[in-house]
Design a protein around this ligand. Structure first.
Ligand SMILES: C[S@@+](CC[C@H](N)C(=O)[O-])C[C@H]1O[C@@H](n2cnc3c(N)ncnc32)[C@H](O)[C@@H]1O
Ligand SMILES: Nc1nc2[nH]cc(C(=O)O)c2c(=O)[nH]1
Ligand code: SF4
Ligand SMILES: [Mg+2]
Length: 222
């Protein structure tokens, strides 16, 4: 029986993406293949370290008992787990359950594309200030569905220019929902809005991580 390394699980309001503001059950898997300069979850990058080992059936039972109707599968990098299909299937077998997967843009999303509109991807494009841009899997740009999100987490002016270039090169606003979000505390948020105004980026949405405003930004489990 496959087990998953759950670094933490909790119910909170969703602080990011198109379902922001709604209650969600967060399931954070351990282990990541990248090491973004700004990562706010560095403690979960290593495969080692504290984790609860749970089967897909145990996770879906926990979700069912939680009473929420949305799951955010995050990490670390959730798509790194070779058995992740089993966990996705198990969560989606719960009636009316919605599932969003936070993924870093370096892993092909194709294997999970044919499933169900209840499954959406929130996929990052890692910009220069992350130090991880060369790991981006550009084939993913052709796999996006209209209900997916592409998120640009922006730390510098150079990041803004690069995000604009990538949006135009892959016509991203025609393919998915596009967000700009500041690296928390790294760039004045109004600089991002001014850039959007200057370039009339009518289809890009601006977002700040809500949970970092509601709680101490360093706090885990929220
Ligand atoms: C911790 S990551 C886990 C999922 C996956 N590894 C990824 O990078 O998408 C979840 C989201 O938090 C964002 N994030 C991490 N650190 C951040 C920070 N300091 N400020 C803003 N967003 C951040 C990431 O860019 C990603 O969109
Ligand atoms: N409240 C809250 N919302 C979130 N949305 C995405 C998160 C993540 O770490 O992937 C996250 C998180 O860590 N907390
Ligand atoms: S890919 Fe996600 S979890 Fe991994 S280092 Fe970057 S932000 Fe952190
Ligand atoms: Mg987070």
């Amino acid at each position: 029986m496959e087990v998953f390394k759950i670094a933490e699980s909790f119910v909170s309001i969703n602080g990011e993406g198109k379902k922001a503001g709604r209650l969600s059950m967060f399931i954070r898997l351990r282990g990541c293949n990248l090491n973004c300069s700004y990562c706010d979850t560095k403690w979960a990058i290593s495969k080692k370290g504290e984790a609860e080992l749970m089967t897909a059936a145990e996770v879906s039972q926990m979700v069912k008992e939680s009473g929420v109707d949305l799951v955010t599968l995050t990490g670390g990098e959730p798509l790194l787990d070779e058995n992740i299909s089993g966990l996705i299937g198990s969560i989606l077998s719960l009636p009316k359950m919605e599932l969003e997967i936070e993924t870093n843009g370096s892993i092909p999303i194709r294997p999970w594309r044919e499933r169900d509109a209840r499954l959406s991807m929130t996929m990052d494009y890692k910009l220069p200030s992350s130090g991880m841009e060369e790991s981006m899997c550009l084939e993913n740009m052709e796999e996006l569905k209209p209900w997916d999100v592409v998120k640009f987490v922006i730390g510098t002016r150079e990041d803004l220019e690069k995000a604009k270039e990538v949006i135009e090169r892959f016509s991203l606003c025609e393919k998915a929902i596009v967000y700009f979000s500041p690296v928390f505390g790294a760039i004045p948020p109004d600089e991002i809005v001014e850039f959007m105004k200057e370039h009339r980026m009518n289809k890009v949405r601006f977002q700040i991580q809500i949970h970092k405003v509601v709680w101490d930004p360093e706090r885990k489990g929220v």
